[in-house]
Design a protein around this ligand. Structure first.
Ligand code: SAM
Length: 266
């Protein structure tokens, strides 16, 4: 084989390994999706934060024919640090114990809707056509629109289930990251009196700030159909508008995740 004449066999084997690692990288995210779908993090948590395979099986619903495959799934999830594994000493018989890691602690508490959103087929499938996207000139550069015929925010307007998926996912991430920001940088919020979250969605971030710092007048600027569904009874003011036309004045302008899927027309 010409290839083998010109390059060392070991170099090519290393190259094949790199290719396989990248080719099968999707198995990591699909294993994570399975863990979320099956509630494995919750099962371990309910067992005190550590569980053997039979203990996980007592809490997770699997078809009996698939039980032998759970160990393989857990192997992927431990090599990717979603869970950790502690083997029994070689001198003793017994089952390995799976434990929560910082990553899976987040799956128990807050990040499930975010992972569920990002691993949804509607969000993942457009990337199968990334090569085509590079070859075409499109009036709208949004890859989601190339695949589904409309931008993310147009689809949220038309499809209630998709809207819930996106809003819950974004809100869970906002809630988590704002809790962290408030804990680490409280003085930043103490020194301001107003804040506007541009493209703030259902207002999870603004509400978290408003509750922690009642002296900060918090507002959300978003598109009409998002503001129409804004939760009532909060101190946050929801404003309908297009960020490309104007942004109401405030001490702080928050732009979180706003580079993704922004639409110019309201
Ligand atoms: C990726 S989401 C971010 C939501 C929120 N900031 C968060 O981090 O959870 C983008 C938001 O921008 C809004 N949006 C899109 N185009 C907009 C525009 N032209 N003017 C104002 N808001 C817009 C969408 O409706 C959506 O709520």
């Amino acid at each position: 084989m010409q290839l083998l004449d010109n390059t060392t066999t070991q170099t090519l084997l290393d190259g094949q390994l790199d290719l396989w690692h990248t080719t099968f990288a999707f198995m990591k995210s699909m294993a994570l999706k399975s863990a979320v779908d099956l509630g494995i993090a919750d099962a371990i948590q309910h067992n005190g934060g550590a569980a053997t395979l039979p203990e996980i099986l007592s809490k997770v619903k699997l078809h009996p024919s698939k039980i032998p495959n759970l160990r393989r799934l857990m192997r992927v999830l431990t090599t990717t640090n979603v869970f950790s594994i502690q083997h029994p000493p070689t001198t003793e018989e017994g089952e390995p114990v799976y434990k929560l890691t910082p990553a899976s602690q987040l799956l128990v508490s807050s990040q499930i809707p975010f992972a569920t959103m990002l691993l949804n087929p509607m969000i993942v499938s457009p990337f199968f056509e990334l090569g085509t996207w590079f070859q075409r000139e499109l009036p709208d550069p949004c890859i989601f629109k190339q695949a589904h015929g409309m931008a993310v925010w147009e689809l949220t307007r038309k499809d209630a289930a998709f809207d819930t998926l996106i809003n819950k996912g974004l809100a869970s991430d906002s809630q988590f990251i704002l809790d962290v920001a408030i804990k680490l940088n409280a003085e930043v919020f103490q020194s301001i009196s107003s804040l506007i979250d541009v493209g703030g969605g259902s207002g999870a971030a603004a509400q978290t700030i408003s509750k922690a710092f009642p002296h900060v007048k918090c507002s959300v600027l978003d598109l009409e159909h998002i503001v129409a569904k804004a939760p009532a009874g909060t101190d946050v003011q929801y404003i309908t508008g297009d960020m490309f036309e104007s942004i109401p004045p405030a001490n702080v302008v928050l732009l979180k995740f706003c580079m993704t899927g922004i639409t110019r027309t309201v």
